[in-house]
Design a protein around this ligand. Structure first.
Ligand code: NDP
Length: 324
């Protein structure tokens, strides 16, 4: 018997309920995984609130680490007892145990703990594709990264610093500014108090940055556009403050022939080869210590609602996990 968080209506964190679920043996191509640590991501709050609509009732969660309990027919390269992790596939990671298609699973190497994997798989592969494939950042460049003390942000700061990239980090409080500086931010902007675009212009001698990585959305989108140099790339990859309103293409022209993209992880780990390359790149950084994860915020699975409350109230820094 598995226990799983499910919700039958969209709304606040209180819609999340813990239920018993019978899961049965794995079907062809599937594995049964017993979770040891579960990643909580901002996208989970968009799905729960209805910003990203889902058929209901639904499970929740896209990321976890655990142990393979059984494999179905046709599964090669995985056996009971293997330590695995995933970020993607059907929702349902907020559970003690589940069935999942084996194609989403990667084996965890020695030196990457289950908790680290549950913190890092989704957020770390996101950083990998954003800085290496959406906009291949070059050493010596200066880039803008919003919400830099968050889960994705902390990994990005370390990853980019290790590449010799100068990061202008924005954060919501002085305590978070300290975290960003300690993780390698070259400059920190308190974006609720300061004029972001003006500061970016001042820091870059008027030129602006070649790329802005913006997951805050509504509140920062325009400042990000105004921070770019001509032919710069606006990477809008999240909506923590709400979705970005419609934009006329001429707004890009006015600011110097800008590029705009709205990427999502699923499209960058769409093939098995991409998933393996992205997770390998992340595991290399975790094992060589260039990316270290701050102690995560840990909650029992049954307290998933409280984890959501804290994440949405900006009370967390770094990663958040649930423990079954
Ligand atoms: P974070 O830990 O970064 O939490 C979100 C942060 O956003 C908060 O801590 C807060 O930081 C900031 N924020 C700004 N405005 C608000 C607001 N109105 N309400 C709440 N928070 C606000 O979360 P994650 O690391 O899980 O995710 C970061 C972002 O990246 C999310 O938007 C997520 O959806 C996106 N994402 C996108 C992916 C993709 O492929 N497109 C994949 C993974 C994540 P502060 O206090 O400093 O302002």
């Amino acid at each position: 018997m598995s226990q799983a968080i499910v919700f039958a209506e969209t709304g606040g964190p209180e819609v999340l309920r813990l239920q018993n679920a019978e899961i049965g043996p794995p079907g062809p191509g599937q594995a049964r995984v017993r979770h040891t640590a579960i990643g909580v991501n901002f996208i989970d709050t968009y799905q729960r609130s209805g910003l990203y609509p889902l058929p209901l009732p639904s499970g929740l969660g896209s990321e976890a680490a655990g142990v393979v309990e059984a494999v179905g027919e046709g599964v090669a390269g995985l056996a009971p007892g293997d330590r695995v992790a995933y970020a993607g596939g059907p929702l349902g990671a907020y559970s003690t145990e589940r069935l999942i298609s084996a194609e989403h699973l990667v084996k965890l190497p020695d030196g990457v703990s289950d908790e680290t994997a549950a913190c890092a798989m989704l957020q770390g592969m996101t950083v990998e594709y954003l800085v290496q494939r959406t906009f291949p950042v070059q050493p010596g460049q200066t880039v803008l990264w919003h919400a830099a003390a968050g889960g994705v942000g902390q990994i990005a700061l370390q990853w980019l610093s290790a590449m010799g990239v100068h990061v202008i980090a924005t954060v919501g409080s002085e305590a978070k500014a300290e975290i960003a500086r300690n993780l390698g931010a070259a400059h920190v902007i308190l974006y609720r108090e300061e004029d972001v675009a003006a500061r970016v212009r001042a820091i870059t001698g008027g030129k602006g940055v070649p790329v802005a990585f913006d997951s805050v959305g509504k509140d920062t989108f325009e400042a990000s556009l105004n921070s770019l140099s001509p032919r710069g790339m606006m990477v809008t990859f999240g909506n923590a403050s709400g979705p970005v309103p419609a934009l006329a293409p001429l707004e890009l022209t006015k600011r110097g022939s800008l590029f705009l993209t709205r990427p999502r992880l699923g499209d960058y780990i769409a093939t098995r080869a991409e998933l393996e390359a992205s997770s390998d790149a992340l595991f290399r950084r975790l094992r060589d210590g260039t990316v270290k994860l701050a102690p995560s915020h840990r909650y029992p699975l049954a307290e998933a609602a409280q984890a959501h409350r804290d994440l949405e109230a900006r009370r967390t820094t770094g990663s958040v996990i649930l423990l079954p």
